[in-house]
Design a protein around this ligand. Sequence first.
Ligand SMILES: [Zn+2]
Length: 228
Amino acid sequence: MQQDKRLFRHIVLMGPPGAGKGTQASILVEKVGLKTFSTGQLLRDEAATGSKLGKKIASIIDGGNMLPSRMLMKIVGKELEKPLYREGYVLDGVPRKIAQAKALDKIFASRAFKKYDMAIDLVIYLQVPDEYVIERIIGRSQCAKCGTMYHDKFKPTQVFGICDHCGGKEFTRRADDNYEAIMTRLKLFRLETAPIIPYYEKKGLLVCVDGTGPIDVVSEKIRKVVGY
Ligand SMILES: [Zn+2]
C-alpha cells in the first residue's frame, strides 16, 4: 500500500484474540474521533427491545451459540446507517468470517451508503504470535471493585494485591481466560477469520502491524499508518 499523507477514516482492525484490538480501537476513537461499536452490545440491545428479531437473537445467544452471519450483518448494517458513522469508523469485532467481509462490502456499496463514501479504506492486521496471545490473556485480572484491568506480567499493581486505583483487594479473572479456551479461540480464528486477510490484501487495503510490545509503541505504529 502507498504511504501517502492521507488520513484513513474507514478502518477495520483485525488480529487474533488478545492482540489488543479493542484497546487500539479505543485509542483511535479518542485521538481521531472515529466511531465504533461492540457487536456483542448491539446484539444485547436488540434482544432487549423484545422485537421479533430481538427474541430470535436472545434465543441464540442465550444458548451460547454464534449468530448466523446474515443475521449479524443485518444488525451491523442497521447500526452503520446511523449518521454518526459517516465521519469515520473503526471496526474491531467484525468481520469475523469471509461471508461477513463480503456482506460489509455490499452494505457500503448499497444505495443507503453510497453517497457518503463509507467503504473501508484501511485494514490493519495486528500480528502477534500465539505464545504472546496466551501469555497476555492468561495473566489478565480485573479489580472487582472499580474494574481496572491488570496483567500479572505486563501491568501488575504497584503494591502486590492492592488496586492502584481504588485500593481494592479483590481481583477477578474471566472464566474463559484459561489455556484450553484460548487454544479454542485461536483455532477458530485461524479457521474462520484468518481467510479474510488475503481477501483484503487483494483489494490493496491491508497493512500488517507488529502488535507485540507496550500499548503506546503499538499505537504509535498505528498512528503512522492511519496518518493522524
Ligand atoms: Zn480498583
